[in-house]
Design a protein around this ligand. Sequence first.
Ligand SMILES: Cc1cc2nc3c(=O)[nH]c(=O)nc-3n(C[C@H](O)[C@H](O)[C@H](O)COP(=O)(O)OP(=O)(O)OC[C@H]3O[C@@H](n4cnc5c(N)ncnc54)[C@H](O)[C@@H]3O)c2cc1C
Length: 281
Amino acid sequence: MKLLTFLARRYIAGKTRADAIRVAKRLNREGLLATIDNVGENVTNSTESRKGVEEYADLLEDISGEGVDSTISVKLTHLGLDISDELAMENMEMVLEKAAWFGNSVRIDMEGSKYTKRTLEIFTGLAERFPDAGIAVQSCLRRSAADVKLLIEAGRSVRLVKGAYKEPTDIAFEKKADVDGNFSVLMKELLLKGSQPAIATHDEKLIEEALRFAKENNIDRSRFDFEMLLGIKRKLQKKLAEEGYRVRVYVPYGKNWLPYVLRRLTERKENIWFVIKNIFD
Ligand SMILES: Cc1cc2nc3c(=O)[nH]c(=O)nc-3n(C[C@H](O)[C@H](O)[C@H](O)COP(=O)(O)OP(=O)(O)OC[C@H]3O[C@@H](n4cnc5c(N)ncnc54)[C@H](O)[C@@H]3O)c2cc1C
């Protein structure tokens, strides 16, 4: 656990809202935008889900009060999706209302595939009233091409990611090359026709491809964002920002950091080797 706590420092801003605000301010000073996530997925009762709403409301107030250039990122299971769709939707509506009050915007993260359909339905239901809200879509899922098409038609902002969850092979691409290939296809669709899409990857080949494609198609650098996670490819984040691209860094914070950090550690085999090596050192 000591090693995990040590490794968590790379990926997590800290345990408190103040930690997240401090990190987001530092990023802003470096020319980077932020999106802050209060980690705390899969709550199991409505009281916990309401605490999630309160924390996000306080976070939005702090972002505004401290003059930080940051949106927020929210998981629906943090707001009660494991309890009921109605509860998650009601809670998300409160968060969206608060964000609108502060002139800020919210991106709904995409969780494992058992939540995909319900997350998209809740998002679509709310996005009519909150058109600035955005959602993440995962290139590992076969359904995502159709989802991206519908979201583009509706004028919604999509964050394209590869996907961080282990998925059944009948609904997801198994080979990394296919996940990357689908990312490339969907990325180009979004760059051409999307509404302020976010290309959320640390994959330098795909980022190069996005840069090339945008240039070839005269897509202004203000019309899309690159997004990366706190603690990953920091030099690249800065380099892109210095070149005038919009780069937003995902800043997670909170006491329940373990599932988030485990996802970061397991998505790259070198990380796992690092953990194993250190356990036996
Ligand atoms: C802003 C943002 C928001 C996200 N939101 C979601 C979401 O809502 N739902 C979801 O399922 N997933 C989300 N993800 C995670 C995403 O799905 C991937 O799991 C993650 O980004 C790793 O994939 P990659 O695109 O960087 O490509 P990869 O091919 O996995 O990695 C490319 C290179 O990046 C570096 N790298 C990648 N990951 C790590 C790591 N953990 N530690 C150190 N170096 C690393 C390595 O150099 C690697 O070779 C998000 C990612 C970002 C950047």
